[in-house]
Design a binder for this molecule. Structure first.
Ligand code: F6R
Length: 369
């Protein structure tokens, strides 16, 4: 049932191109418009939304952090993202015009469930993004957009994460479409890019051997840091989470701009630091800033592991290890940039003799608060 792979996690990583494509399937009509009929919240209501609040835990929370960039960029509706376990206990400000999005692979995470119940009590509409048909979170929500990742067996989430991203992009574009904040042409262009992304994920998967070799070489390290900016920041958090749960290593993700406010003190000789580099096209200021961050940490002895777009030559002099990812639109980059980090964590876990599919102390669905 592992389809020839040693672990479910490897199988699920490999299934990501299909999972991404399946999550798009049937949601775009012949004219290129989105048809999210399953989102049973009326267009009139969606036009009234004045705030989006995303609640989730763990990896799903990281998908939410990325969704914020897309939602605010494409719809201009303010969007907050909060850990479900924190949300309910701080008396959040919600009303009938707030759209709450609960993201959960299993649909059974207790913290996320309690957060959505609280939101509904305040009169907010709740849209679930979920991978498990008929589970509790979609049943208790006003509407659900299913991710079509197929069953995810490995405890560490991989393909579900990529499909959560796709679902978030779809919701963001749909909100833009319904509210007329985005022109049909632009939505169509993003949809076209999304449709191609599955092939790009496939290409990333074909080039992972050097990443595996690199990971094996780091098996005796204690700490790995991850840096990113913009949507690369949540990707860095996700890379660190994967490494903690699978390799049982100390791993932390930082916003690269925060380095000088503290974390740079952690840099010491030969410390591996993974840097997710934004595209040099588009937001080139961000790109240039992160290149100087890489220079700074390398000058202090860090071993730099740089994830950068094909053709980005500016990073080459400062990369001890260079992992190439395909050219993608800035907001969609997490779909390709996360994949090497999953492979990296999985290989490090194996090299350290850990149980990949069933890491110690963890459960696939966390049904206690
Ligand atoms: C990490 C991981 C967890 C889950 C979290 C939420 O790899 O799998 O962090 O993402 O427990 O689970 P769901 O999405 O089922 O609500």
């Amino acid at each position: 049932e592992k389809g020839g792979y040693d672990y479910f996690m490897l199988k699920e990583i490999a299934e990501q191109p299909k999972a991404v494509a399946d999550t798009l399937l049937g949601r775009i009509d012949a004219s290129g418009a989105l048809t999210l009929d399953e989102v049973r919240i009326s267009a009139a209501e969606l036009r009234e939304v004045d705030k989006v609040v995303i609640v989730a835990c763990g990896t799903a929370f990281h998908a939410g952090l990325i969704a914020k960039y897309a939602i605010e960029h494409w719809t201009r509706i303010p969007c907050e993202v909060e850990l479900a376990s924190e949300f309910r206990y701080r008396d959040p400000i919600l009303d009938a015009r707030s759209l709450v999005i609960a993201i959960s692979q299993s649909g059974e995470t207790m913290d996320t469930l309690m957060a959505l119940r609280h939101a509904r009590e305040q009169g907010s509409r709740v849209l679930a993004i979920c991978n498990t048909n008929g589970s509790t979170i979609p049943r208790e929500s006003d509407a659900v957009l299913y991710t079509h990742a197929g069953p995810e067996v490995a405890v560490a989430s991989t393909k579900a994460f990529l499909t959560q991203l796709v679902a978030c992009y779809l919701v963001a574009l749909y909100l833009g479409q319904v509210r007329g904040t985005k022109w049909a042409d632009e939505i169509r262009a993003v949809i076209r890019d999304l449709a191609e992304i599955s092939g790009e994920v496939e290409r990333v998967l074909e080039t992972m051997e050097p990443v595996r070799a690199l990971a094996r070489g780091l098996a005796d390290k204690n700490t790995v840091l991850f840096l990113g900016r913009h949507v690369g920041y949540p990707v860095a958090l996700e890379g660190a989470l994967k490494l903690k749960e699978l390799a049982y290593m100390h791993a932390e993700g930082f916003a690269a701009g925060e380095l000088k406010h503290g974390p740079i003190a952690l840099i010491e000789d030969d410390l591996p630091v993974v840097v997710v580099v934004p595209s040099p096209r588009g937001r080139s200021v961000l790109h240039d800033k992160i290149v100087s961050n890489i220079q700074e940490i390398r000058a202090r002895g860090a071993r730099t592991i740089v994830i950068a777009e094909e053709g980005d030559e500016a990073v080459v002099p400062y990369a001890d290890h260079l992992i190439r990812i395909p050219v993608t639109p800035t907001l969609l980059q997490p779909l390709v940039a996360t994949v090497p980090l999953q492979v990296f964590a999985c290989e490090l876990a194996t090299a350290r003799g850990n149980e990949v599919d069933q890491p110690r102390n963890l459960a696939k669905s966390v049904t206690v608060e």
